[in-house]
Design a protein around this ligand. Structure first.
Ligand SMILES: Nc1nc2c(c(=O)[nH]1)N[C@H]1C(S)=C(S)[C@@H](COP(=O)(O)O)O[C@H]1N2
Ligand SMILES: [Mo]
Length: 173
């Protein structure tokens, strides 16, 4: 158990330093199992079908969101950026067919956010994505490597999680 809960409110002073060179992502399932996904597989969408999900959902594709800003009250904003990545919803649908109610996304430096199922499934042209590409180029480790982009969050950048290390699919039921 971490001394500090990464999903609890935290300071919005950004951490400029990547926590580790390792960028692989661990996806944790509601049944207690987990699966390691290489950052490269997010780009190619070439993960082997699991025993849980036989086929890739028709919607799984790379999405580019133009005009993204990383806005932080007190220390300015940067952008516009075009981030490309996989919808968080598509990652879940690719890997888990059972019940789920929310998804927690936590970085290697202990910073995280959660999204409720409703937020992920509502139709929108600006979905939450796991971005691996910034303005057409792979995200550098310093820029986050794999970064959650939440277009609806335009305040303290608290949901724009860099260095995503864990995606936890949670079922309350
Ligand atoms: N992993 C991680 N992600 C993070 C943070 C952090 O400390 N660690 N800080 C957040 C905050 S408060 C801000 S303002 C932005 C800063 O993003 P930037 O470094 O790309 O400007 O990252 C957000 N994402
Ligand atoms: Mo921030």
């Amino acid at each position: 158990m971490n001394a500090h809960d990464p999903l609890a409110p935290h300071s919005h002073e950004p951490n400029p330093l990547p926590p580790s060179p390792d960028a692989d992502l661990t996806v944790h399932f509601p049944d207690g199992t987990c699966r390691c996904i290489a950052a490269a597989a997010l780009r190619s969408l070439d993960f082997a079908p699991t025993d849980r999900v036989a086929e890739r959902p028709a919607s799984a594709e790379q999405v580019t969101l133009p005009n993204c800003y990383i806005v932080s009250t007190g220390h300015g904003a940067s952008g516009p950026f075009a981030f490309t990545g996989l919808r968080l919803l598509d990652l879940v649908d690719l890997l888990w067919k059972g019940d789920w109610t929310q998804v927690e996304v936590v970085s290697g430096d202990g910073f995280g956010t959660r999204a409720q199922r409703r937020e992920l499934t509502e139709p929108t042209t600006r979905p939450i994505i796991l971005a691996h590409t910034l303005d057409g180029r792979p995200l550098s480790r310093a820029d986050g490597l794999v970064r959650l982009i939440v277009p609806s969050e335009t305040d303290d950048a608290l949901r724009q999680v860099k260095w995503v290390a864990h995606v936890r699919i949670v079922s309350d039921r």
